[in-house]
Design a protein around this ligand. Structure first.
Ligand code: HEM
Ligand code: HEM
Length: 149
């Protein structure tokens, strides 16, 4: 029988959620390369910051100082962060939340991520981005069939 899940209650819970999310995201076929190859994410440096973000949003701590958009704008200058990337990010996040926690804060974690994703994506669309992923970034060969436009 499945154990009853409890809600997110502490910074340690936020960190557990964040680590579980990155455990998936870094290996993900759609968005993994952005963290690994493009951003070359230093996970041990990043986890405390993103844990503080969620502790601030979910538990009312003041441990996160803001400025979450900027690193995404810098990333977007290297590889276009598209709607499909955000959709996959949100999918992995919601799945991870639902696997580990249940309750009001768990719901808020999903809802707030959706708001931030929409806001980020809307802002990024106003910024220039490179024409496509840098060579070799995805490990996939993109072929074009026919011409559009
Ligand atoms: C408990 C209440 C809330 C807390 C503590 C909170 C906290 C935060 C924090 C810390 C950020 C990151 C800001 C930055 O990095 O500069 C953020 C971003 C954001 N929040 Fe909330 N939030 C709350 C409620 C809400 C609600 C109710 C909405 C909308 C209905 C909302 C919409 C957004 C959006 C759209 C962003 C992204 C803004 C951007 O484009 O950078 N938040 N929030
Ligand atoms: C396509 C989707 C996304 C990608 C590829 C992505 C990627 C990244 C990367 C690589 C960093 C680290 C940047 C660095 O330290 O140099 C980062 C930071 C961060 N991301 Fe995202 N992200 C995405 C969506 C989101 C969403 C939807 C949220 C909202 C919950 C979010 C919240 C944050 C926060 C709070 C940080 C920390 C910023 C700081 O250091 O203060 N990201 N992201």
């Amino acid at each position: 029988m499945r154990e009853r899940l409890r809600d997110i209650e502490s910074r340690a819970d936020c960190e557990r959620l964040v680590r579980a999310f990155y455990g998936r995201a870094l290996d993900d076929p759609i968005i993994g390369f952005i963290f690994v190859d493009v951003a070359r994410l230093d996970l041990e440096a990043h986890v405390p910051r993103i844990t503080s973000f969620w502790e601030t949003v979910l538990l009312g701590a003041r441990s996160y100082g803001g400025g979450a958009f900027r690193p995404h704008a810098e990333l977007h200058a290297k590889v276009e962060l598209r709607e499909g990337h955000f959709a996959q990010w949100l999918h992995l996040w919601s799945r991870t939340v639902d696997e580990l926690f249940a309750g009001e804060r768990a719901e808020l974690a999903k809802a707030h991520a959706l708001r931030v994703a929409r806001a980020f994506h809307g802002r990024l669309r106003t910024l220039p981005s490179p024409p496509g992923p840098p060579p070799g970034a995805t490990g996939l060969t993109v072929t074009q069939h026919g011409r559009r436009g």
